[in-house]
Design a protein around this ligand. Structure first.
Ligand code: OFO
Length: 163
């Protein structure tokens, strides 16, 4: 059985993951508007992945006899100064999520909830991957600036991201 504090914290993380999905969907819409379909696809896939993170938490809360209470999502930003700025924001967001996951692990450890500490290890590893996926793209786009050839080349590459 989850403690009420752990249950509340996991519910809050469901909101964070659903917001991540919403944010990346907003970024997908931004890239669609720029006709950068490869980047839009990359963001759509990312949005789906975030939904699956939320569902992993959703299922875990029930597995432990808890209750899921869905919270309101804030309206995500709709536009960014450039593709580089959008990916830099995505990286900043992933770092924020990594911080949330680490706090959850610390809380679970402080509550001696070993089941939740163990469950969260998947997310700890996933966050390392999440940051490692976005960081090189953000760095490259920063270098590319508004060079159209570089942008279109990167767009084509990102469009090959599998679901
Ligand atoms: Fe759920 O990992 Fe990104 O936010």
């Amino acid at each position: 059985m989850l403690s009420t504090t752990m249950e509340a914290a996991l519910n809050e993380q469901i909101r964070e993951e659903m917001y991540s999905s919403y944010l990346y969907l907003a970024m997908a819409a931004y890239f669609e508007g720029l006709d950068l379909r490869g980047m839009a696809r990359w963001m759509r896939v990312q949005a789906q992945e975030e939904n699956s993170h939320a569902m992993k938490l959703f299922d875990y809360v029930f597995e432990r006899g808890g209750t899921v209470t869905l919270k309101a999502l804030a309206e995500p930003q709709a536009t960014w100064a450039s593709p580089a700025a959008a990916f830099a924001a995505a990286l900043g967001h992933e770092r924020h999520i990594t911080g949330c996951i680490h706090k959850l692990v610390e809380q679970a450890a402080a509550e001696h909830d070993h089941g939740t500490v163990n469950f969260l290890q998947w997310f700890v590893k996933e966050q390392v991957e999440e940051e490692a996926n976005v960081e090189p793209i953000a760095r490259r786009l920063e270098k590319i600036g508004d060079n159209m050839v570089g942008l279109l080349f990167t767009d084509r590459e990102l469009g090959s991201r599998g679901a």
